[in-house]
Design a protein around this ligand. Sequence first.
Ligand code: SAH
Ligand code: DHB
Ligand code: MG
Length: 221
Amino acid sequence: MNAEPWIVVDQFLGECLLPVDAGLEGALATNAREQLPAIDVSPLQGRFLNLLATLLGARRILEFGTLGGYSTICLARALPSDGLLVTLEAEPRHARVARGNIDRAGVGDRVVIREGKALESLAWVRAEHPAPFDLVFIDADKPNTTEYFRGALEMSHPGTVIVADNVVRKGEVANAASTDASVLGMRRFLEAVSREPRVQATALQTVGAKGHDGFLIARVR
Ligand code: SAH
Ligand code: DHB
Ligand code: MG
């Protein structure tokens, strides 16, 4: 069976452009062994997040949805040694696997994993890490994306960038008749962003190793 062309191209682009990263490769191997769902960002997408954090000179990053810490490691690699990444994860098993992966990747000193439902962790983040975040990556349960966006806005400064994963869902986001809770969550999120005067935003479709999906990218005014 032939692989979809975008899978072949992602493989090729990865071989061309991505540095060997034993921490990231080790994380994927551990996630597979621990049978975590393979729904991390792709390697090229992870590099995009890393580049974005570098471009921003980010020192403080907030992440919703850790899984095994693949995106976390990508983002944390862009931080200075005194930087901070707070990542929120509901599943204790995911948080445990992520802790090991993140420590083995050598960025454990910069990463705080908060176990618990992200909505409930927001008050803790505000209390324990009150300074605003420079970059926020929203990638947890999709129905709550709007609530995470509102939480992120409250913890932002002018220039903070908020990125949300999985806004396209194989094109289903454009299907007004969809009854899928994740799709409905993303449609509600896009509506909320469009009505939010405090941000300027766009969405970019992506196609690659993770199929057809997309990122929303917003900058806080
Ligand atoms: N960002 C990761 C992938 C995250 S997958 C990466 O790219 O590597 C989504 C994660 O969100 C899963 O680990 C899931 O357990 C977690 N999650 C689901 N509901 C959540 C909630 N209410 N609060 C926090 N995390 C949640
Ligand atoms: C799926 C993909 C993701 O990137 C994610 O964060 C959650 C779920 C999926 O394909 O089901
Ligand atoms: Mg995702």
